[in-house]
Design a protein around this ligand. Structure first.
Ligand SMILES: Cc1cc2nc3c(=O)[nH]c(=O)nc-3n(C[C@H](O)[C@H](O)[C@H](O)COP(=O)(O)OP(=O)(O)OC[C@H]3O[C@@H](n4cnc5c(N)ncnc54)[C@H](O)[C@@H]3O)c2cc1C
Ligand SMILES: O=C(O)[C@@H]1CCCCN1
Length: 386
């Protein structure tokens, strides 16, 4: 085996590629992790200080995967001696008769500890928030925040400690499938028996070298931070929780937020959709329709925040038509495995996605039923070339 030959190459060092590479190295596979940008970077989907972790989902299979995933997060914290998870609870608010009931019954069915907040007791538990008319509220008490940037640094560090090789600043420009896959970057040529593609918003650009296109839409998210009128009122240290406001008449998509933490006195609140973008032209996309929706919501429901964003950063979602992930083999090249389309909710699953993509690439039976995540489900869709 030459120094350019590996058991497995992983393309893309976001959260999913980093956890996949780490799992491969743990399984004694000689692994190369390739990244187009110099690390760390903020041009993809995994950067920033915080992400929500929760078991509150409307499908049982995500809640089930999160049971193990919490353990894997905790194992990584112990192994690397870092703190990545902070318990805050997640406040779920939504119109009484809609998706809220589905979240509630999934949580109850799976015996996830929750607290239901009757309207008359709401402000006693959650001061500084107005519950919308006709909305109900509950708290997923095990939910919290993950430290995103620290996670990537930790997983990549653990991968390297296990002998894994990271080459950053190496954009992949060609892939030649075969029993040995050849991967060409701007400055090298590498070969491996197996390839994993975890390229986030760039997935379809890379997949075009393999004759496959998936129905993925890349959207830009304006990551908005809002100033507290009274310092500390929405602070993590004062036990303010993360929240999701489920879709309603006024906002067709979720609104979500995390307590003030990374920027003193600023709370992060975002809209769960945005304008379509080319991942390489993200900063040219200046549509701020989402900010208008957030301003109206904040004025009404978060009266303790100044309804003008103090900081706006950018991030991207890569969205599938059903908002479920893609975790599968390439339909014509079985030694190529794809992790894509995390649809704005994939970070918390990083440890389990890494485990599953490692299992798939090694030809093992995956630990979970992956039928919701198969490429085949897009067969009727015009953008998939299967
Ligand atoms: C604003 C925002 C809030 C979110 N909130 C949450 C949340 O609260 N909870 C949650 O669980 N999830 C959340 N998510 C979703 C989560 O962050 C993403 O699902 C996850 O980060 C996707 O990771 P990824 O590894 O697939 O993509 P990325 O992080 O984009 O990684 C892909 C990598 O591939 C590299 N790459 C691409 N092309 C090439 C190439 N040709 N050569 C080499 N490298 C290449 C890219 O540079 C990039 O580093 C949020 C996302 C955003 C944007
Ligand atoms: O994955 C999450 O938990 C959040 C929920 C709200 C939308 C953005 N992602």
């Amino acid at each position: 085996m030459s120094s350019q030959d590996y058991d497995c190459i992983v393309i893309g060092a976001g959260v999913q590629g980093s956890f996949t590479a780490y799992n491969l190295a743990k399984n004694n596979k000689k692994t190369l992790l390739l990244e187009q940008f110099v690390l760390p970077h903020s041009r993809g989907s995994s950067h920033g200080q915080t992400r929500i972790i929760r078991k509150a989902y409307d499908e049982d299979y995500y809640t089930h995967m999160m049971e193990e995933c919490y353990q894997l997060w905790s194992q990584l914290e112990k192994e690397a001696n870092v703190k990545l998870y902070r318990r805050t609870g997640l406040l779920v608010m939504g119109p009484e008769q809609g998706d809220y009931q589905v979240f509630k019954s999934t949580l109850e069915r799976n015996k996830v500890p929750i607290v239901i907040l009757p309207r008359e007791e709401f402000s006693q538990h959650i001061p500084h928030v107005n519950l919308s008319q006709g909305n109900a509220a509950l708290v997923d008490t095990t939910a919290g925040m993950l430290c995103a940037d620290r996670t990537l640094k930790t997983v990549q560090g653990q991968f390297q400690k296990l002998g894994g090789v990271i080459k950053d600043g190496q954009k992949v420009i060609d892939i030649t499938p075969g029993s040995v896959v050849t991967v060409t970057t701007v400055s090298g040529v590498y070969r491996a028996k197996r390839l994993v593609i975890t390229a986030g918003p760039w997935a379809n650009i890379l997949l075009s070298h393999t004759g496959l296109q998936l129905p993925l839409q890349v959207i830009k998210i304006n990551v908005c931070y809002w100033s507290e009128k009274i310092p500390g009122s929405y602070n993590v240290q004062h036990r303010f929780p993360c929240f999701i406001q489920l879709e309603s008449e006024e906002a067709k998509h979720h609104i979500y937020g995390l307590p003030s933490n990374e920027y003193p006195g600023l709370m992060k609140i975002c809209y769960h959709t945005g304008p379509e973008t080319d991942p390489d032209e993200r900063d040219r996309q200046t549509d701020r329709g989402d900010i208008d929706i957030l301003q109206r919501y904040i004025t009404r429901c978060f009266p303790g925040l100044v309804p003008i964003p103090a900081v706006v950063e950018s991030c991207m979602y890569t969205v599938t038509p059903d908002n479920h992930f893609v975790l599968d083999h390439h339909p014509t090249h079985s030694n190529i495995v794809i992790g894509a389309g995390f649809s704005g909710h994939g970070f918390k699953f990083g440890p389990i996605v890494g485990k599953l993509l490692c299992e798939l690439s090694q030809g093992e039976v995956p630990s979970y039923d992956l039928s919701p995540f198969r490429i085949r489900r897009f067969q009727a869709h015009s953008k998939s070339a299967l």
